[in-house]
Design a protein around this ligand. Structure first.
Ligand code: ATP
Length: 237
């Protein structure tokens, strides 16, 4: 069943479109990766889905319901969670307090407590560091915190904007292991990456974005094996 359906969306910040006529679909339990160079429009796509920017035209439907005009809070309440580029943890708060903020959408304190316990089980390093300031975590640990916080709202779709950006190879391994685990648990993922090196580990399908438009889309194995695409749109990576 299709969870997210985007049809021909165009987003403009001024007169020039940042993305134009972009269409995509994500089925329940599927992992779709969107790859593309700097400025391709990847972040703009995530902002449009999460209701932070409004497309000038096109349709965005989540579980059959239009997301257009809902705004970020209502979109989040429907089950769309974003781990933004740069992670955006709350400075001045501990790891535990950062996580608690992710539980505010849950109905009551006992489900919040249960969700926190599950979260610490999945991210043992966060449990170990729970009373320390979040800013003291390494980049990879902060990324885990951002993912853990997004998961606490029990999203039906988790969007990750460049989760491996700027991380050490060991931490990239860790993040991809987490993504694989989420996938095996049936989580629907929209993974945005500039560097396509690792996405074959989790992606079912891949969309290549360049200059705000979809240049290619297909099964991950096919797209990632296409040397022409790599050379033209992915910086030969
Ligand atoms: P990056 O990997 O650098 O984040 P990206 O693929 O996510 O790139 P976007 O950030 O979506 O790309 O940017 C797409 C285009 O829109 C770029 O040309 C960018 O300069 C422009 N753009 C992005 N945000 C704004 C904004 N707030 N105001 C004006 N133009 C913007």
């Amino acid at each position: 069943m299709t969870l997210l359906a985007i049809e021909n969306i165009t987003v403009k910040y001024g007169p020039i479109p940042a993305i134009r006529d972009v269409s995509l679909r994500i089925g329940e339990g599927e992992t779709l990766a969107v790859v593309g160079a700097n400025g391709a429009g990847k972040s703009t796509l995530t902002l449009a889905i999460t209701g932070i920017v409004r497309p000038a035209s096109g349709r965005i439907e989540f579980s059959g319901r239009s997301l257009l005009g809902l705004g970020p809070e209502a979109t989040a309440r429907l089950g769309v969670a974003l781990v933004p580029e740069g992670r955006h943890i709350f400075e001045g708060l501990t790891v535990d307090e950062n996580l608690l903020l992710g539980t505010t959408v849950l109905a009551d304190r006992s489900s919040a407590r249960h969700a926190m316990a599950q979260s610490y089980e999945m991210f043992p390093i966060l449990h170990e560091r729970r009373n320390g300031m979040a800013t003291r975590l390494s980049g990879g640990e902060q990324q885990q915190l951002a993912i853990a916080r997004a998961l606490l709202s029990k999203p039906r779709l988790l969007i990750l904007d460049e989760p491996s950006l700027g991380l050490s190879p060991v931490m990239v391994d860790k993040i991809y292991a987490i993504l694989s685990e989420l996938k095996s648990l049936g989580t629907t993922l929209l993974l945005i990456e500039q560097n396509p090196a690792r996405i074959d580990e989790v992606a079912d399908r891949v969309i290549v974005l360049s200059s705000g438009a979809v240049q290619a889309s297909g099964l991950a194995a096919e797209i990632l094996a296409d040397e022409q695409l790599h050379a033209s749109y992915l910086g030969g990576v």
